[in-house]
Design a protein around this ligand. Sequence first.
Ligand SMILES: C[S@@+](CC[C@H](N)C(=O)[O-])C[C@H]1O[C@@H](n2cnc3c(N)ncnc32)[C@H](O)[C@@H]1O
Length: 245
Amino acid sequence: MHDALFALRPWRKGPYQIFDTFIDTEWRSDWKWQRVSPHIASLEGRAVLDVGCGTGYHCWRMLGDGADYVLGIDPSMRFLVQHMAIQKYAQNPNFDLLPIGIEDMPSSMPLFDSVFSMGVLYHRRNPINHIIELKDLLASSGELVLETLIIDDVEGGILATKERYAQMRNVWSIMTVDKIISLIKQAGFTNVRCADQNVTSLDEQRRTEWMQFHSLKEFLDPHDISKTIEGYPAPKRGLFIATKC
Ligand SMILES: C[S@@+](CC[C@H](N)C(=O)[O-])C[C@H]1O[C@@H](n2cnc3c(N)ncnc32)[C@H](O)[C@@H]1O
């Protein structure tokens, strides 16, 4: 079993303990969950959608916190295969992962009591459209949990990144907290707040035996880790929570 799971590298989001095998993933996604869970509505009995769920690490944590059902969506086939490997042992009927992007979801299907979008907003070319897509999938009075990269201070509240940010090719823009709050309000949410801000540490995202490529250390300026190697501020993340009217 260890060898079969190891063959599915790189493992990015976790960690997972599968019987005797500890999958030491690139990211300590459990640390993100520790930052998120104290601020959100109880998941007890809720139907939850996790957009950009990766292998589904946070979906398992949502089920652990009482969610009735979790649908994770993520277009990456590698993440689907890793999820299937875990489901082979977990066999949980209340969790499905579909290999699709949010743009493939029905345009208005307001079924979910909580919708999470963590680490996705900056991958979307049109941020307000993404927030509206999330709203259209939320039931009335449902909760939006949006986690994303933020920047402290930039003219107009939005940094349009050139080519790469921390070596990632598909980061289109990074916004200030105020800008993100104003977009969420513009999309029609109430009770909008930024509940947490956190600079990603070299201990939270790092190379491991299960992910042997470059990681955050190589994506930062070797002489000044407050900057990316492209000269932008180093990754800082914000957690935004809002209610659908
Ligand atoms: C930075 S990772 C975040 C993973 C996880 N949500 C977390 O917070 O650790 C971004 C994820 O979004 C997924 N993604 C990219 N474009 C997407 C889209 N259009 N719809 C849904 N997910 C998308 C990627 O495949 C990737 O797994």
